[in-house]
Design a protein around this ligand. Structure first.
Ligand SMILES: Nc1nc2c(c(=O)[nH]1)N[C@H]1C(S)=C(S)[C@@H](COP(=O)(O)O)O[C@H]1N2
Ligand SMILES: [Mo]
Length: 318
């Protein structure tokens, strides 16, 4: 994928137009990679200065440039959130998570690995190179966004801990701190929030750990300081504020499958043809747009991931 850009770590919140002009500035300074420069050249950028493309995968670039035009406003990404540890009310999460302590932070990575490690967030930012990935995000509730994440492939972190041949799945866990997370007092939910991927899904290049979006450090409501992003699956797979990653031999339990196994499965691949028992998944409401859009198989990433499920019954992949 040529969606990579340079690491960006500004601290203040920047609206979308400033983000776009900052990208332009970086392009003029000659410090964006070819993929990002090309998408700025054919995207919505005000500066139409031609750039010299280098040979690369054109279909990936065309894809990226069309998504660039669809970016959801940063304000919406920061104010409409699912994060049940804080609230089930999407519009209250930002306020309730305002004082969340995401530093110091350690992620424990272990289980079936030869080299278990605890990483501080500073070690993660220092050891892995942060790229930009513009991805669609499709919630199982049938709304969607397009988000410019900053992060790095989960595969890089997994390589560092060296999974043993017995490792077949990856399990993730969110912090569960009742002093900071008022939603945890709801004892109906099986805290801590946990998620899982098959190892080959976790190693796919589309799967990232994100530490920011719109070039800014990740906000609490989006899962600071580090969260998973798996763009071909419903949003609930993209677990926030991760404290633990464990390689396992067995398929792990997941938060939503525990609660309602007939409604939310382990795979949760976006599929417009498999309806949720209580609503259709054929179309979606893109936040910031008036008309609904058709939902795409694998959320538009079939080319990259459909091969992972060859021979499996799609009815088991909801
Ligand atoms: N720990 C945790 N992770 C979570 C959730 C949650 O409630 N708790 N909600 C999920 C759901 S349903 C969605 S759609 C996305 C929303 O991510 P966003 O608020 O950053 O857009 O986060 C996912 N990750
Ligand atoms: Mo969701």
């Amino acid at each position: 994928m040529d969606t990579k850009s340079i690491p960006l770590h500004p601290s203040e919140v920047t609206p979308k137009d400033q983000y776009l002009s900052r990208r332009d500035f970086l392009k003029q300074a000659g410090i964006v990679t070819a993929g990002a420069a090309l998408l700025a050249a054919c995207g919505t950028s005000a500066d139409e200065t031609p750039v010299t493309p280098v040979p690369q995968n054109l279909s990936a670039d065309q894809e990226t440039s069309s998504l660039f035009k669809e970016l959801t406003a940063e304000e919406s990404i920061l104010s409409y959130n699912n994060y049940y540890e804080f609230s089930t009310d999407k519009e209250r999460v930002a306020k309730l998570s305002k004082d969340f302590q995401s530093s110091p932070w350690t992620i424990e990575v272990g289980g079936l690995v030869n080299n278990p490690q605890n990483f501080s967030i500073e070690e993660i930012l220092g050891n892995f190179s942060i790229e930009e990935r513009i991805y669609r995000m499709r919630c199982v509730e049938a709304w969607s966004m397009v988000i410019p994440w900053n992060g790095f492939p989960l595969a890089e972190l997994l390589k560092a801990v060296d999974p043993t041949p017995d490792a077949k799945f990856v399990r993730f866990e969110t912090l569960a701190d009742p002093d900071q997370m008022p939603g945890l007092s709801n004892g109906l939910y099986p805290w801590p929030y946990q998620e899982g991927l098959r190892l080959d899904e976790a190693l796919n290049d589309l799967t990232i750990l994100s530490t920011g979006l719109y070039g800014e450090t990740l906000a609490s409501q989006n899962g600071a300081p580090i969260r998973l992003v798996v763009p071909w699956k419903y949003g609930f797979k993209s677990i926030k504020s991760i404290v633990k990653i464990e390689l396992t031999a067995e398929q792990p339990s997941t938060f939503w499958e525990d609660i309602a196994p007939k409604e939310y499965g382990f795979y949760a691949n976006v599929n417009p043809e498999i309806d949720h028992p209580r609503w259709s998944q054929a179309s979606e409401r893109r936040i910031g747009e008036l008309q609904r859009r058709d939902t795409l198989p694998f959320n538009g990433y079939a080319e990259e991931v459909a091969h992972l499920y060859e021979g499996m019954d799609p009815a088991t992949l909801y």
